[in-house]
Ligand binder design. Structure first.
Ligand SMILES: [Zn+2]
Length: 432
């Protein structure tokens, strides 16, 4: 295929992009930013159809693209964008998906996406994997489909990674699009001589957040039901705090005042559901609540956890912001990198990447002037905790997959990693 042919194919991709975002009546403007962030297509025969990698590089098989209609090409691009927005690569990693299970995970991710795409009126080729075709119910997460697939015969095909939609049987995944698949980039590199650098993980995170905001904005203009269910839940979950901070903060203040022992605390499950915070302990949190938030920015906190942290900070701000209060945040790994006074999570600089010692941040927060009357620690929990109680109540909000491993303590060098001690009130945010 000549360069000239590729130019024609690129024109087709551009036309599909315009179709997705600006088609009268069918345009989905919230896909505009992520589509613009995709690399120019890298034409290669090493992918059976099309695929993306973690740096938002788009790989396309020229023969296949030449055969697709505008509708199908648009559907394919939106499919790939959804893998990136929903961070299937990161979620697979968090789930502990092995190389052998990669194919099954990719299929599970496709099932999560494709039903939404159909609901949204996009064209999908006949061979596309759909929950109904596999005997599953609609509307589950990739994690849930993954478990079902492993339990069923469909998952037993194992690492049949070469089976792409162009060649494979009904129910094949779209191709190499939601896992660390370096072979795609190296093969493409061989084919094309050079491939673009793509975008960084933090840029991707900014894109996810701004797209979630754009979806909310779109929903405000068009009304409920105009965004398919799975994508709507994704956007809501990105932006909404899970923890009922009114309850968490007032409970911590009360238990601290009464020096209540024991850690019979509350767990909040993801995906978030509407909280009933307006009726629980209304007015218990003092209007003059001065909250200092210690944020774990160590290397073990991945973007998904930091994203949850931002949403929870917005929840804390909504709790105290009515009284015109701001909160102070401290970015901490083994040292305090920044101390800020903020009115929104968007202005927080999350700096760090080293080891983890939240004791340092908690001590510094307790010494702030003026002294806060409550300290919240947002962390994955892989940290030592201060064993001597502070005169200020402390709430530990544990996020991310590491939380599961924190039912008992273990020793790392001279420090003990484990659940927070009894005097710290603990809230666990479960993963789905
Ligand atoms: Zn896919």
């Amino acid at each position: 295929m000549t360069t000239h042919d590729h130019r024609e194919l690129e024109d087709a991709v551009d036309a599909a992009t315009i179709f997705i975002t600006a088609h009268p009546g069918r345009g989905r403007p919230y896909y505009g930013r992520p589509l613009a962030a995709l690399s120019r297509p890298i034409w290669t025969d090493s992918v059976p159809t099309m695929g993306v990698d973690g740096r938002w590089r788009l790989y396309m098989n020229p023969q296949l693209v030449a055969d697709l209609s505008l509708d199908e090409l648009a559907g394919g691009l939106v499919h790939e964008i959804n893998h990136l927005l929903r961070d299937h690569a990161g979620r697979g990693e968090a789930l502990g998906v092995t190389e052998d299970q990669y194919w099954v995970w990719n299929l599970a991710a496709d099932l999560e996406i494709n039903q939404d795409l159909l609901e949204d009126g996009f064209e999908l080729p006949d061979w596309s994997a759909l929950p109904s075709r596999m005997g599953f119910v609609d509307g589950l997460t990739a994690e849930e489909y993954f478990r079902h697939l492993l339990d069923s015969d469909s998952g037993a095909r194992g690492s049949d990674c070469d089976t792409g939609p162009g060649t494979g049987p009904e129910g094949s995944p779209c191709g190499s699009c939601c896992g660390p698949d370096p072979s795609m980039a190296t093969a493409a590199d061989r084919d094309t001589g050079t491939i673009p650098n793509g975008i960084s993980a933090s840029h991707a995170e900014v894109l996810r957040r701004s797209t979630a905001s754009d979806i909310e904005e779109y929903l405000r203009g068009t009304g409920p039901g105009s965004v398919p269910g799975g994508l709507n839940r994704w956007a809501t979950d990105r932006l909404r705090p899970v923890v009922d901070w009114r309850r968490a903060l007032s409970a911590a203040l009360r238990s601290s005042a009464a020096t209540v022992a024991g850690r019979a605390d509350f767990t909040y499950a993801r995906p978030s559901r509407r909280s009933t915070d307006d009726v629980i302990l209304a007015g218990m949190a003092s209007p003059a609540l001065d909250v200092a938030v210690v944020i774990d920015t160590s290397a073990s906190m991945r973007e998904a956890e930091l994203d949850r942290v931002r949403a929870e900070i917005d929840g804390i701000l909504r709790q105290v912001g009515d009284a015109g209060q701001t909160i102070r945040t401290l970015s901490v790994d083994v040292m305090v990198h920044t101390i800020q006074r903020v009115t929104s999570s968007g202005s927080i600089e999350l700096i760090g990447a080293g080891g983890t010692d939240m004791r340092v941040g908690i001590a510094e927060a307790a010494n702030l002037n003026p002294r806060p009357n409550i300290i919240v620690v947002l962390t994955d929990g892989m940290t030592p905790w201060p064993q001597v109680p502070l005169p200020i109540p402390v709430v530990a909000c544990l996020v991310g997959p590491a939380v599961d491993r924190l039912t008992r303590s273990f020793q790392v060098g001279s420090v003990e990693i484990g659940p927070p001690p009894d005097w710290i009130r603990t809230v666990v945010v479960d993963r789905p």
